[in-house]
Write a protein that binds this ligand. Sequence first.
Ligand code: ZN
Length: 119
Amino acid sequence: MDELLNLARQEQLAVQWADLEGGLGRYILEQRLILLDRSLRFDRALCRAVLAHEIGHHMTRQYADDPSRWEAAARAWALRYLIPDSAARAAWRRAVEEVAEQHGVPHAWAAARLLEVIM
Ligand SMILES: [Zn+2]
């Protein structure tokens, strides 16, 4: 949470708790303000995800005129920020190695099978 709050501060964004009716977070571009719903205080992982998503809106504000593209860009930014490519690749490698070892198959087969179930 701290690194996200530091990033918000660096970007000169204010972050405040609020009672949001509908939605868990909101980014108000004109005010450089992020609102987080108070219910998030009890769910650290969801709070990090929502805050990263709202910072993602700020980082991808060039798409503000196209709401669906802006949502997708903010979500992609947040995912890549919270789970860097290197971490995602390492987790994938561990999963492939584990399945290959458990089932006595080559890594390529384990990877192919894992892809089959997630696609
Ligand atoms: Zn959004």
